[in-house]
Design a protein around this ligand. Structure first.
Ligand SMILES: NC(=O)c1ccc[n+]([C@@H]2O[C@H](COP(=O)([O-])OP(=O)(O)OC[C@H]3O[C@@H](n4cnc5c(N)ncnc54)[C@H](OP(=O)(O)O)[C@@H]3O)[C@@H](O)[C@H]2O)c1
Length: 283
């Protein structure tokens, strides 16, 4: 990883934080796309403490597509190279929330934002030899068999697991379609399930259950450092150089659910997303 340029979302907590510290320890030069400057500064100090280079910090709120665009512009203005883009940030909401752009937040943060960020950074990835895109998905894609285009904004019915599962299915379909489009262009894209990991995911929700459940589950869950292993593997390992469009669990290639292997569904989601964002991929 020495002097490889890696940009990561959601580095300020949980799996992303553990991943960043390890990548920095291995010599990577990091850019942290974060919404919370204080947490980012604390992480920056911790990265230098483990011997890593001071990371670049770019403000980005993924619940605001304008913020994603500005963050990408800042990156492109300051960097000529990007070897790995790690789309790690994610959110789980127990009640329906709407973003600055008027979209249901789980889908907007977990799918729209990384779709847009990746598209905006694609030119610099294409210029960097052997670049990789890594998308953190989840086994929760199993909860939802199809996108459900008749209620994409969850206005009629909101279900925590349904909305989270739908966004994580979108991560896999996005990975498949992008891998097809990038075939022969020198950039790979893969996705992963990190395992069940004890992090702050979902703890921003109010209600006793969302506060108590993580504590009850903690002994059965992986630590963030254990949960970071597959992300680190996909960012770094020579074993996956040239592998693209795949889903990994415990650093092994696995088949996601059959509905996550549906290329027609991937194409439909791609067109839907480009329409919603008013953004055409530079391919
Ligand atoms: N934990 C698990 O068991 C598990 C299982 C399967 C998949 N995953 C996936 O793993 C990834 C990381 O999750 P985690 O468990 O490490 O969660 P986490 O501890 O809650 O960390 C989530 C990260 O995403 C960032 N984030 C959330 N909303 C954001 C927004 N609007 N703008 C910018 N950044 C935002 C958070 O920033 P702040 O620090 O500012 O809050 C934080 O850095 C997610 O994609 C999740 O779906 C987790």
């Amino acid at each position: 990883m020495k002097d490889r340029y890696i940009a990561i979302t959601g580095a300020t907590a949980g799996i992303g934080r553990a991943t960043s510290l390890e990548l920095a320890r291995r010599g990577a030069r990091l850019t942290l796309f974060c919404r919370n400057r204080e947490k980012a500064s604390k992480l920056s100090r911790d990265i230098t403490t483990v011997g890593g280079a001071e990371p670049a910090i770019i403000h980005m709120d993924m619940a605001d597509l304008g913020s994603v665009r500005r963050a990408a512009e800042t990156f492109l203005a300051n960097h000529k190279r990007l070897d790995v883009l790690l789309n790690n940030a994610g959110v789980v909401n127990t009640t329906r929330k709407v973003t600055a752009d008027g979209y249901e937040e789980t889908f907007a943060v977990n799918h729209f934002a990384p779709f847009l960020l990746t598209g905006l950074l694609l030119p610099v990835l294409l210029r960097s030899e052997g670049a990789r895109i890594v998308n953190v998905s989840s086994a929760a894609h199993a909860f939802v068999k199809d996108m459900g285009y008749d209620d994409m904004q969850a206005e009629r019915k909101y279900g925590t697991f349904h909305e989270y599962g739908r966004s994580k299915l979108a991560n896999i379909l996005f990975t498949r379609r992008l891998a097809r489009d990038l075939h022969g262009r020198g950039v790979t894209v893969n996705c992963l399930h990190p395992g069940a990991v004890s992090t702050s995911l979902g703890t921003q929700n109010s209600g006793l259950l969302s506060r108590v459940l993580p504590l009850l589950l903690k002994p059965f869950f992986l630590t963030p450092e254990q949960g970071a292993k597959t992300s680190i593997y996909l960012c770094c390992s020579d074993a996956v150089a040239g592998v693209s469009g795949q889903y990994f669990v415990k650093c092994k290639q696995r088949q996601p659910k059959i509905w996550a292997q549906d290329d027609e569904a991937a194409d439909k989601l791609w067109d839907y997303t480009e329409r919603c964002l008013g953004f055409r991929y530079p391919l």
